[in-house]
Ligand binder design. Sequence first.
Ligand SMILES: [Zn+2]
Length: 386
Amino acid sequence: MHVAAAPAPILPRQLATPQPSPSSQEEEPPAPPSLKDRFSSAVGDGLNALAYTHKALPNFIYPSVFGTAAEKAQIWQTLDSLPMYDAVRPISISVRESLGSSNLLGVTRPAINSIELNRTGIGMTNPENFRYTLIHEIGHTRDYEGGVVSVITGGHSSSDPFGAPPYVSRYAGTLKQEDFAETYAEYRLNPARLRHVSEEKMDAMERLDRPNFMQAFVDREEFRETGKLIARGLEVPYLRWGLGLMTQVAAYSLAASGVGEVISGVSNKDTMRAVSGGTQLAAGASLMFSYKHPVLGFVALGALGAHRGLEIAREKGARQTASYAALAGGALGGMVGGIAAPLGLTMLGYQAAGPIGGAVGLVVGGVLGNRLGAAAGAHAGLALAG
Ligand SMILES: [Zn+2]
């Protein structure tokens, strides 16, 4: 009954359609950087900074929800019944008129964690089935919580006791991923029955159902309401998918450019350049795996700060010892600024002006916190070493 697509790192076909045709965005001839170029490069830097912040810190931005008013109300009711750290896992939940077959009730794209539900699927007019299907799909996002990285390395369903009987439903026996999602839905909706069917799967779900200390920290009104407002603001078709992909791509491209810098530094015998590439690589890799442990997010912010510190040292023509002091100062400042500014300004902004203030605080803190913190730390390091 509960058919959902097998998780695979494919992009939905629809994503290709709304993009402008290539001819409309042909490269402009090279020219000295105009005000427009400088503006777009500043916007690009700001978006990257936000993407890094989003990957490094606990998520509190709820999914963007698409459907009729009644469907949206049902979805929000279900989301509010879940622990916050599971409710914020999907990036979007869309109710579509049809998913091609009335047997297919929902689909999750695990690489970006977007969920689609079938309005005309069998039994979907029954609120209980609708709710069960949504929680089943959220189970898939729990399974593949690291997005593309999880798709490559395998989700929770790849390890015991999933993919082996006893199963909570016949559908759970079709695929290990479906076993996980069905078990998750049973755990949320009918835990007594899950314990009766499989003590082992119940234990596995209980082990997964613990917020880490950062997820627990953001589970408060300021972040919840700000996260809901941002989600509603992003209820523009495909925008959330684009942003979701962008945050993942930002981490890979950071790691890739780090690798390039290390290679070029080593081949040109430029130690500082190789070290600088190493900080980028460390930042990118930590961002990719930050879903595994919150400390990796802090490491990423520290590595980004270290990289900024080295840039500042280079601009000032600092010697090697002073450069290492700038690196250390940048790492510390970047970590403190990268954590404290977005989280602190969200809370302050919310207290001053409600969810809008929270959102402004998050953006300002996310764009500037890590870089300003790193710059302050690097200058302090240079002064101490100088
Ligand atoms: Zn499924």
